[in-house]
Design a protein around this ligand. Structure first.
Ligand SMILES: N[C@@H](CCC(=O)N[C@@H](CS)C(=O)NCC(=O)O)C(=O)O
Length: 218
C-alpha cells in the first residue's frame, strides 16, 4: 500500500493527499516532520511530503507525486486529454508555486514570530505576486473550475497554495485572492467539497502538535 509521509498542517502534504482521496487510492499516513532522524532516506531534501509506493520506492515533490498518481491511477482523471489543456494545468500549478506560494512562504518566519518583515522583502514579494496574479488571471476561468468545465489537479494544487498565500496576504495587508477574478468564489465552492472538509479538519487536528514541534526547534 502507498504511504504518504508528512503532516497535515503542511499545505504541500495536502496536495497529494487530496489526489489520493479523490482517486480513491488506499494509502496510509505516516506523521513525520522533515527533520526527523532517517527522513533523508525518504527525501534527501528533507522536505514534506514524500511518498513510498506500494513496491517500496520513495518519491518526493508534491507536483511529482500528483503526476505519479495520475500515471498509476488514471481514473478518475485529473489531467485533461488534450495536450494543450494539460500544459495549461501544469502551467497554472507551476506559476502558483513559483509566483504565489514561494514568495509568500518567505514571510512565514515573520508570521510565526509575529515580527514585521523588512520593507525591502515586502517589495520583492509583492513584485513576484504581481507575476502570479497576472498569470492566474490570464489562465484561470474559475467557471466553475480553474481551467473551465473540468476539475483537474490544478484545482487541488492551487487550493493548498492559497493557505500560504493567506498568511502572506495578512502580512502584506493585500487581498491577493480577490485580485484574481472568480478565485474567491471558486475557493468557497471547493471548500464545500467533502474531501476538502476532511483535509481541513485534519489540518485543525494537527495544529497544536505542529506548533509544539516548531517551538521545540527554537
Ligand atoms: N517543492 C516541495 C516543497 C515542500 C515544502 O517546502 N514542504 C515544507 C512543509 S509545508 C517543508 O518540508 N519545510 C521544511 C524545510 O523546508 O526544511 C514540494 O512541492 O513538495
Amino acid at each position: 500500500m502507498i504511504t504518504l509521509h508528512g503532516f497535515a498542517y503542511s499545505n504541500y502534504y495536502n496536495i497529494p493527499k487530496h489526489v489520493l482521496l479523490y482517486k480513491g487510492i488506499p494509502f496510509t499516513e505516516d506523521l513525520v516532520y522533515g527533520s526527523g532522524e532517517g527522513y533523508e532516506r525518504l527525501n534527501p531534501a528533507r522536505k514534506v511530503p514524500s511518498m513510498t509506493t506500494s513496491d517500496g520506492q520513495h518519491i518526493a515533490e508534491s507536483s511529482v507525486l500528483c503526476e505519479y498518481l495520475e500515471d498509476m491511477f488514471p481514473e478518475p482523471a485529473l489531467l485533461p486529454k488534450d495536450p494543450f489543456a494539460r500544459s495549461r494545468v501544469r502551467q497554472i500549478m507551476r506559476c502558483a508555486e513559483l509566483y504565489l506560494e514561494l514568495p509568500c512562504r518567505r514571510l512565514l518566519p515573520f508570521v510565526f514570530t509575529q515580527q514585521t518583515p523588512p520593507e525591502s522583502l515586502c517589495e520583492e514579494v509583492n513584485a513576484m505576486l504581481d507575476k502570479g496574479i497576472a498569470s492566474l488571471s490570464e489562465f484561470c476561468s474559475c467557471d466553475p473550475f480553474l481551467i473551465g468545465s473540468e476539475f483537474t489537479m490544478a484545482d487541488i494544487y492551487v487550493r493548498y497554495v492559497l493557505s500560504v498565500v493567506d498568511a502572506g496576504a495578512a502580512v502584506l495587508k493585500r487581498d491577493i485572492v480577490s485580485e484574481i477574478d472568480g478565485l474567491k468564489d471558486w475557493r468557497s465552492r471547493l471548500a464545500g467539497d467533502p474531501i476538502s472538509k476532511q483535509i481541513d479538519a485534519d489540518v485543525e487536528a494537527n495544529k497544536e502538535d505542529f506548533f509544539a514541534y516548531i517551538a521545540s526547534r527554537n
